[in-house]
Structure formats: C-alpha cells, structure tokens
Design a protein. Sequence first.
Length: 231
Amino acid sequence: MAVNDVSLNIEEGELSSIIGPNGAGKTTLFNLLTGHLLPDKGRILFKEKEITGLSTHEICRKGIGRSFQRTNIFPRLSVFDNVQVAVMSWRKKSRNIFLRAQRLLREETDEILESVGLGDKTEKTAGLLAHGDQRRLEIGIALGSHPELLLLDEPTAGMSPEESERTVDLIQGLAREKGLTLLFIEHDMNVVFRISEKIRVMHMGEIIAEGKPEEVRANEEVQRIYLAEEA
C-alpha cells in the first residue's frame, strides 16, 4: 500500500503507536522513514534536519533505529555476537570483526543484553532462541546503534500472552531508562492502549485519526474501519 500525503510530528520522548488494518501502509511508512524506500514527494526531517533520500546506514547513524515485521537477526551467530556486531558497526570498528569480536566493547554489549532480558543467554545460538527472545534480541541489535528514535514493527507478533506481557514491560522500561522516543506498529489492541501516549490510525495509506488513547477509542470512524474488526 502506498503512503498518501501523510504528515506527522513525533515529539521527543513520545511513546506512540500506529494502528490500522493489514495493507494500511504502516510498514511502508516505516520503510520511508528509515531509507528503505524513497518518497516520490515530500520531506522527512529528523531533529530539524532533512534526511530525505539518505541511505539506511546514514539514517541509522543520525539516530533512528528499527526492528522489522519479520524477525531480522543473524541466526547462526551467538546472541552476544549479534549485538556486538551492531555495536562495533556503530563505532566504526568493523575491521577483522570476527577475529577481534570477543575483545571489543564487551561491556557495552553485555549491558544491552541485560537491558533486553537476555543476559543469561549470551552464548546461545540466536536461531535456536524462542520466538519472544528472538524479538527481544532484535531490539537489542537496534539499541547497538544508539538510537534516539526507535521504530518497532509489530514487536509482540506471534507471542504468547506471557511473552507479550514481558515485551510490553521491556518496551516501557527501555523508553523510560534510555530516554528513547518510541514509535511502534501493533495489532494487539491490549498492547496499544496499555502503553501508548498517542495513537495514530492509518487506512488506505492515510492517517485518518490521531490523539490520546481515549480519543482514538471514541472515534467513530476508527471504530468502523478498524477496531470493530478486532471485536
């Protein structure tokens, strides 16, 4: 789905979500914000500086990190190596990466893994982790680039209720402890209304409503187009 004349302003420190039916354009919007797609028109500003047309790695270095709708990790590497690769890449210490990995930036990598609840799984092969742990690892990889704005695409997708609960606690804790601005796409309305300070609703490539959770919940158009489908 194409994104059509979307205009939004994300405040520093905001913890907000984007909801909408499948095909509404939510992931396409994330791809535009992170340089995976180029807009046909319009501008994208981050911290009052234009980032339209920059490559994905340039945008990452500007301070925007993301997770993906489908888990995006290095399945054959250890949990530790997954995050340390991201840390070293951000610090531009990528030469001889596999020869020196165990000696470089271990403390920072360990700190990130502890923050996402994987401190006791550092030596496990990433591809053998449970689904919920793989999603948390992906968040850890994103944190390795020191983002100021973190975009999470369906962070609780495929999780059990218990895993979702732990992930919600993780997201709230990270936003608070690391001072992150956080924008996430989510289909689980319990998650959305529990942690969002602001909600934006997309439909057919456009934002049709935005506001505080109680305002969005009461919006008749939102109820008709999206929330009724969840009932």
